[in-house]
Design a protein around this ligand. Structure first.
Ligand code: GTP
Ligand code: SPV
Ligand code: MN
Length: 589
């Protein structure tokens, strides 16, 4: 049954059905009855496995194909008319050429399958800041995951009415053929097309494809920003809640920081952290001249390995009901799930992420390193009371950060907005399992947006600079690094809950409550201003984490210069000037 009278939408759905030739077309109305039917069908086809209802109410296990476990950056394309508009860091193909390729792959791709039409909203339905999308898919896993990650159903169609202002998304599993896998974006047509994959980041089109790649392009044209950022609120002992957003590359700690539990000493004093979002922020200038950030998502697609009752109890609690687990270990004795780092007692009688018998004595990992949970945000015990505030929350700070064994100190503050944009633009981080390819290789990942910027990264930096001109009350910009290692490769900083010690300093800086020392790279804390109460880490160790290693930074500057060169005339002059300043500060010019 069609749920809308929006003729442009009906025509488009018919057009895609004519190409893909499904047996039937089902519109997702968002009711639990309909979703329950799909869960039952998913279990009967083997797409889903129902977990123990008492231990894990409403939870399912899903396995992807073994060649399809992460985002595929090499097969992700920005298809705009001019290649230059995609920029040097994106794959580009001319729209006509990509459409031709995709239509050939879509031809008859849904034969024998059902085509689902998912109306979804990024942001609170009906709010002026929400944007709507329609995803067509032949995967029940995608429907059920979208129903967790976004607001779906008839209410979206009602809010859309006759408008043509929605993002079209087409996804087909097709044959899951790696060689013909494409994640294609047509920013000038408000269209996304994905084929031959079933992995979250490639197929939940509301997430990276819409809320980052397409939205970043819309944001540039409309004067706002779409960022790969968590949003959190820090409540201090006076009861004041101050907000920050933070951009870390994939699998570098956004979910963990967003749900942080304060160290015991802090808890006793009344500190608390509220999670507004763990992956994506849409940011606008408010009437009060401040930046306001909202989370367009409705759930978490979080990294499973390493999540446990100590590292992130809030995330774990979020997964206790209504959650889909992907590519984790199946504990057959309890009909529940397990992953490396969940507990010290792996199940004896279990299947690994591929479905083969597994136990820990085999010496190989049971869960895929990029195994994930798809959990409703409202399950999270520390979800912010402002989670559904349509306009979001006001930002006092913006934080950038990466995974760097050396070079980047624990925390530093930029001198001003322009320098802050520079600090974001020179971010680098070790690659993780979130994307296919080598893991642990340092690469530049400006603003954690390298894989997600829907247009030329040089123009994106200019947009950041232009926004700075318009924001009256600018948030302060910082950089953090939880991942410095010692000679033996061990993390020096305890991380996780203890990161609040650094966030406290950041907030004190934002409210002029603490001094700092100016260095070559920006403002660094005096070691005594980071609270080490109840930690075993020594003052000297901390001083080391807060030192600027000149020789390493001099090398860093060479690598930044090389990176900047690929942007040619799209590199903003202001950033060139910042690089010169850094060189001068390091005694290189
Ligand atoms: P995406 O969902 O891929 O965008 O990732 P994310 O940035 O939300 O990453 P997440 O919080 O899931 O962290 C991924 C990995 O980083 C996990 O293996 C965590 O255990 C590890 N991690 C997170 N915070 C810290 C920290 O403070 N210190 C250390 N050493 N590891 C951390
Ligand atoms: C990331 O890789 O940054 C994620 C997971 O948040 S995915 O949705 O697969 O992109
Ligand atoms: Mn992410």
């Amino acid at each position: 049954m069609t749920l809308t009278e929006n003729q442009s939408l009906i025509d488009w759905v018919n057009e895609i059905a004519a190409r893909t030739k499904p047996d039937q077309v089902v519109w997702i109305d968002g009711t639990n009855e309909q979703l329950e039917t799909l869960r039952t069908i998913g279990c009967s086809t083997g797409e889903l496995y129902k977990l123990d209802e008492t231990l894990h109410p409403g939870c399912f296990l899903h396995r992807t194909a073994q060649n399809d476990v992460a985002r595929v950056e090499g097969r992700t394309f920005i298809c705009c008319k001019n290649e230059k508009d995609a920029g040097p860091t994106n794959n580009w193909m001319a729209p006509d050429e990509m459409y031709k390729k995709l239509y050939a792959l879509y031809e008859g791709a849904m034969k024998g399958r059902t085509m689902y039409v998912i109306p979804y909203s990024m942001g609170v339905i009906g709010s002026p800041f929400a944007k709507y999308g329609i995803e067509i898919t032949d995967s029940i896993y995608v429907v059920l995951s979208m129903a967790i990650m976004t607001r779906v159903g008839k209410s979206v169609l009602d809010a859309l009415g006759q408008s043509i202002d929605y993002i079209k998304g087409v996804h087909s599993l097709a044959q899951l053929n790696e060689q013909e896998r494409y994640i294609a974006h047509f920013p000038e047509d408000n269209t996304i097309m994905s084929v031959n994959s079933g992995y979250g980041g490639n197929v939940l089109l509301g997430k990276k494809c819409f809320a980052l790649r397409i939205a970043s392009y819309l944001g540039k044209n409309e004067g706002w920003m779409a960022e790969h950022m968590l949003i959190l609120g820090i409540q201090n002992p006076k009861g004041e809640v101050r907000y920050l957003s933070a951009a870390f590359p994939s699998a570098c700690g956004k979910t963990n920081l967003a749900m942080l539990i304060p160290p015991e000493g802090y808890q006793k004093k009344g500190w608390k952290v509220w999670c507004v979002g763990d992956d994506i922020a849409w940011i606008r200038i408010g009437e009060d001249g401040r930046l306001w950030a909202m989370n367009p998502e409705y759930g978490f697609f979080g990294v499973a390995p390493g999540t446990n009752a100590r590292s992130n109890p809030n995330a774990l609690a979020a997964t206790t009901k209504g959650t889909i687990f992907t590519n984790v270990v199946h504990d057959l004795d309890n009909n529940t799930v397990w992953w490396e780092g969940l507990s010290d007692t792996p199940p004896q009688n279990a299947l690994d992420w591929t479905g083969k018998p597994w136990n820990a004595s085999m010496g190989v990992k049971g869960a895929h390193p990029n195994s994930r949970f798809t959990a409703p945000a409202k399950n999270c015990p520390c979800i912010s009371p402002e989670f559904e505030a349509p306009q979001g929350v006001p930002l006092s700070a913006i934080v950038f950060g990466g995974r760097r064994a050396k070079t980047a100190p624990l925390v530093y503050q930029s001198r001003n907005w322009i320098h802050g944009v520079f600090v974001g633009s020179i971010m680098a981080s070790e690659t993780t399992a979130a994307a296919t390819g080598a893991v642990g290789v340092v690469r530049r990942d400006p603003m954690a947006m390298l894989p997600f910027c829907g247009y030329n990264m040089g123009d994106y930096w200019q947009h950041w600079l232009d926004m700075g001109d318009k924001i009256e009350n600018k948030p302060k910009i910082f950089n953090v690094n939880w991942f410095r290692t010692d000679e033996d490769g061990h993390f020096i900083w305890p991380g996780f809950g203890d990161n609040l010690r650094v966030l406290e300093w950041i907030m004190r800086r934002c409210f002029d409550e603490v001094d700092a020392r100016e260095t070559e790279i920006g403002f660094l804390p005096y070691p005594e201003d980071i609270n080490l109460e109840d930690l075993t880490i020594s003052k000297d160790t901390l001083a080391g984490l807060l030192a600027v290693d000149r020789p390493l930074w001099q090398k860093e500057v060479d690598s930044i210069s090389e990176f900047y060169q690929i942007f040619g005339d799209t590199l903003p002059d202001a950033l060139k000037a910042e690089l010169h300043t850094l060189k001068r500060n390091l005694g290189q010019e």
